[in-house]
Design a protein around this ligand. Structure first.
Ligand code: PEP
Length: 266
């Protein structure tokens, strides 16, 4: 059974002065069994969030990492610098593909660094609106996956707890979501790419696929009702404790239902 995951991407929001309190509030409002919770604050808030979450069974993630461990890379942060601050990392977010022009090849290098450094990666993929409207969404996402995963050992990725987030670019921060059925179809297509194109076979079924794009407590149950979807990567709503409480509670219901269907306990 794949884990249920709710990952919060705080983007360029919060400060070291207020991030710890927000994280602690979210932690106390989201204590549910069977759901992996991850908070990804800005780099400068990582220490405050780590301290606030100590002993609370919520993981801390970074929103990016450089592919080199050290060197002349002004303004960048390496995996070595994240040691002790974060155990997860978001890679290939569409805002970085758009603003920092991150290519699939570069994202692949970051992915290699993440797994060799013990960071659990969430690899973001997703198509532009024009690409969906022209019927190319699956092809675009498959190209992103092949580009980032080329040359990577499947075992190393699986051991690192590799997670994929399907985030249609047109749904991020827009209030518009993919339909649950379309998101599930893409999750199936993602696993088919891993299984057939990349030769992962049945191991593709082990990889959690999250949906991201204007997820809220009001719509997450629609996505979680799809067996192919294992949680959410959440931006705007993840800054609101009430929203996080609702989303994690919904994921916990799903975790219990999926465990019961397999004769297990979440
Ligand atoms: C995101 O940042 O990955 C995201 C999906 O943002 P939002 O939930 O605000 O659309």
């Amino acid at each position: 059974m794949r884990p249920l995951i709710i990952a919060a991407n705080w983007k360029m929001n919060t400060t070291p002065a207020d991030a710890g309190e927000l994280a602690a509030t979210i932690a106390s409002r989201t204590e549910e069994p069977g759901v992996i919770r991850v908070i990804c604050p800005p780099y400068v808030c990582l220490a405050a969030v780590r301290d606030a979450l100590a002993g609370k069974n919520i993981s801390v993630g970074a929103q990016n990492v450089h592919h080199e461990l050290a060197g002349a890379y002004t303004g960048e942060i390496s995996a070595a610098q994240l040691a002790g601050l974060a155990t997860w990392v978001i890679l290939g977010h569409s805002e970085r593909r758009r603003d920092q022009l991150e290519s699939d090849e570069l994202i692949g290098k970051k992915l290699a660094r993440a797994i060799s450094s013990g960071l659990r990666p969430i690899l973001c993929v997703g198509e532009l609106l024009a690409e969906r409207e022209s019927g190319r969404a699956v092809e675009v996402v498959a190209t992103q996956l092949r580009g980032a995963l080329a040359g990577k050992e499947m075992e190393a990725l699986l051991n690192a707890g590799f997670v994929i987030a399907y985030e249609p670019v047109w749904a991020i921060g827009t209030g518009r979501t993919a339909s649950a059925a379309d998101a599930a179809a893409m999750a199936d297509a993602i696993r088919a790419t891993l299984s057939a194109d990349l030769g992962w076979g049945d191991s593709a079924e082990v990889v959690p696929v999250l949906y991201g794009g204007s997820v809220t407590s009001a719509n997450i149950a629609d996505f979680l009702a799809e067996p192919a979807i294992d949680g959410g990567l959440v931006g705007g709503a993840s800054l609101k404790p009430d929203e996080m409480a609702g989303m994690v509670a919904s994921a916990a219901v799903t975790a219990r239902a999926r465990a019961a269907a397999e004769g297990k306990t979440a």
